[in-house]
Write a protein that binds this ligand. Sequence first.
Ligand SMILES: Nc1ncnc2c1ncn2[C@@H]1O[C@H](COP(=O)(O)OP(=O)(O)OP(=O)(O)O)[C@@H](O)[C@H]1O
Ligand SMILES: [Mg+2]
Length: 230
Amino acid sequence: MKVAFLGKGGSGKSTMATAFVRELRKRGIGVLAIDADYNMDLSYNLGAEPSVFLGNDPEKLKEHVGSVRADTYLNALKLAKEKGFVFTITPADGYTESISVELENGLRLITAGPHTDRVRSQEACSHSLAAPLKVYLPLLRLNPNEAVVIDERAGTDPVATGILSGVDLAVIVREPTVNSIRVAEQIKSELEFAKIPHLIVENKHKGIEVDTARAAEAIFAARSSHVVSV
Ligand SMILES: Nc1ncnc2c1ncn2[C@@H]1O[C@H](COP(=O)(O)OP(=O)(O)OP(=O)(O)O)[C@@H](O)[C@H]1O
Ligand SMILES: [Mg+2]
């Protein structure tokens, strides 16, 4: 299971993603947490001081998948697929080792950000920080007792950049505000276009903050039935 958390800014993506990681760990499921947001809230929520970054290193990724001649990530993915290349978490392959930290036995973290000098100097777009996921996620083969939890940037952007390819389920976190509901609808329509199964989690409804552990349990229960709303 590879699950991504999406939603308007401040809706509770990182809070829910963190609760979901904890729920999976409670069930004895090995987790690869991916913090795709340069704010790095998921990393800090999990108690990490991020020191290793996915960043922007297409050459390193292409070397690992044996596609050094590929001009784009998309072509690198195509070539790697043709060769039958896969990434694994347990045991971690060399690339996974080099871009992640093991926070505890059964919990590994990949952090995309923060902004690099190349981004600051406008040589590269900030999207480049998470872009290697476009190749990594579709090629990542999980054991039955493993899961990936991705905390995304705000809004519809992550769906449009293609980094959700390879995700089995997208969770849209929605607050009961006009703007949050509108953005959730936009995200939903992009997910439908991309044919990515998704469900909506209502957060902070009726002025009462949702029990995130219970929401995480509900997501876990709904994961294979593609229920649209929890
Ligand atoms: N269910 C909840 N219970 C208590 N606090 C919550 C809950 N959901 C969100 N919050 C609080 O709301 C704020 C925003 O939450 P969070 O950082 O998870 O949102 P986000 O969607 O990840 O934001 P961003 O767009 O900045 O990444 C935080 O202060 C968080 O502690
Ligand atoms: Mg966040």
